[in-house]
Design a protein around this ligand. Structure first.
Ligand SMILES: *Cc1c(COP(=O)(O)O)cnc(C)c1O
Length: 467
């Protein structure tokens, strides 16, 4: 692109636009050439207006699943445009959404029987929260509170923020929010209860061995139990990101934690909402994270990868037990009064149908397993680096926590913006990644090659060497 046109575009961006999760004074003061204008993509790469290419190491914030400009998804959307691009879902229906519901119910845990559509991850969670709240009213119980975890992230709308446990994003809104209980996060690397002298990470086969090795006695799950034991009559539901608290820096739960958590919900009669907005559709190595621990929640929330990263779409999948409670005569007003203008947008559903077909027909998850092994091997080497405090890894989701002192885990002064600087500098190596504080995040397309994976890891290593 001509430099003058490019400069004019950047000027307009800076004068007109407020970017999400962005300190705009940093954005405005950046080197004038620094904002990347992306105008093309193909496979694992994004291209800027100067034709420079970048490996998309975060799946365009966790949405792209099967590469950019995937021919099957492209075709499905183009075909749908020639039929109908949008129609309301209030009182009407359409084939793409019907087909998709059938495909989803085939792969979701078999206790989930109904699909409620919306258009982003936050709304998928809001829907589940509102459904549980209303459900308990039908049962003549007043349950107004929720159980969540510290470091949890469920989206940015007020209901989702109410069950959010990431202080940086959420604490400012405290007085605006409904009440939730927060148990401690299973963040083993920074856990105050672990024996400080143990070798980290601990790779125990089950939760009990893990707790023995950590010397922590499973304090994190004990807190869940205490909260439930004391307050279960007023808690409507527990909400959790299964296996991975992604937005707080890829905090991977120890093996068996999720199973225990689900058992406790069952024992205390609390509905369980699993937010698989980040983990769904293969990112953990299985279709859904709950499969790893054979958990069957009352709700699963899905979005992000569902359309391959093409279109906004979300799903709240529920049991018949929940669905049936809302049935009744019109004048009983048991209706779930909730919906969005773009609920079940047909273009988005067409994209999602193509994604699910491709996952199956191209045996994407089978082919993914050796890639996960390859990634694991590369990460094992990287974890020896003296700037790496802890690497957390589940499927193709990775958090690399960098520290000033490997031995003590002492973090860098946050004013140094070490993580952000690395992510800016690594662009020179044709790689785009994002940081959450000083945790570098990789979130890979399922279709990335081993070579592309290695290229990202070696770029990270060079940046760490330069620290
Ligand atoms: C991203 C995310 C959300 C929010 O999704 P949006 O589409 O950004 O609203 C909710 N839950 C989890 C676990 C997420 O990762």
């Amino acid at each position: 692109m001509d430099n003058k046109i490019k400069a004019a575009l950047i000027n307009l961006d800076k004068s007109n636009i407020w970017h999400p999760f962005t300190q705009m004074s940093d954005w405005l003061n950046d080197d004038p050439n620094s904002p990347l204008i992306i105008d093309k993509a193909k496979g694992s790469y994004l291209y800027d207006v100067d034709g420079k290419k970048y490996l998309d190491g975060v799946s365009s914030l966790w949405v792209t699943l099967l590469g950019h400009r995937n021919p099957k998804i492209d075709r499905a959307i183009k075909k749908q445009i020639d039929e109908v691009s949008h129609t309301t879902f209030l009182g009407l229906t359409h084939k793409p959404a019907i087909d998709l519901s059938e495909k989803l119910l085939k792969i979701l845990p078999d206790n989930l029987k109904k699909i409620f559509y919306s258009d982003n991850g936050s709304t998928a969670v809001e829907v589940a929260l509102k459904m549980t709240y209303q459900y308990w009213q039908f049962k003549n119980e007043k349950r107004s509170f929720f159980l969540s975890l510290k470091n949890a992230y469920h989206g940015d709308t007020i209901g989702a923020v109410s069950v959010g446990g990431a202080d940086l994003f959420h604490s400012r809104f405290r007085y605006l929010l409904f009440k939730s209980y927060f148990a401690m996060s299973p963040y083993c690397y920074r856990c105050a209860h672990r024996k400080k002298e143990i070798e980290f990470p601990v790779n125990a086969e089950n939760f009990r061995d893990h707790n023995m090795q950590m010397g922590c006695q499973g304090q994190c799950i004990k807190e869940v139990e205490t909260i439930l034991a004391e307050n279960n009559k007023e808690i409507a539901a527990a909400v959790i990101e299964p296996l991975n608290q992604a937005a707080s820096g890829m905090i991977i739960m120890p093996k068996g934690y999720l199973r225990e958590y689900a058992n406790l919900c069952k024992r205390y009669g609390i509905l369980l909402i699993c937010d698989e907005v980040a983990t769904g559709f293969g990112r953990t190595g299985k279709m859904f994270a709950v499969e790893h621990e054979d958990v069957k929640p009352d709700f699963i929330c899905l979005s992000k990868g569902i359309t391959g990263g093409y279109m906004p779409l979300a799903v709240t999948a529920v049991t018949n037990e929940i669905y049936n409670a809302f049935l009744g005569k019109y004048e009983e007003f048991k209706t779930f009064f909730h919906g969005h203008s773009y609920t079940a947008n047909p273009l988005a559903c067409a994209a999602a149908n193509a994604v699910l077909d491709t996952l199956q027909q191209d045996e994407i998850l089978q082919k993914l397993q050796p890639k996960i092994k390859h990634l694991k091997k590369e990460l094992a080497l990287l974890s020896k680096h003296d700037k790496v405090g802890n690497i957390r890894h589940c499927g193709v989701m990775v958090g690399i926590e960098i520290v000033e002192d490997k031995k003590t885990g002492k973090p860098y002064d946050c004013k140094l913006k070490t993580g952000a600087k690395i992510c800016a500098d690594i662009r020179k190596r044709e790689v785009l990644i994002r940081n959450l504080g000083d945790t570098l995040v990789l979130f890979l397309h399922l279709t990335m090659t081993n070579r592309e994976i290695s290229k990202i890891i070696s770029a990270v290593k060079i940046e760490l060497d330069n620290l």
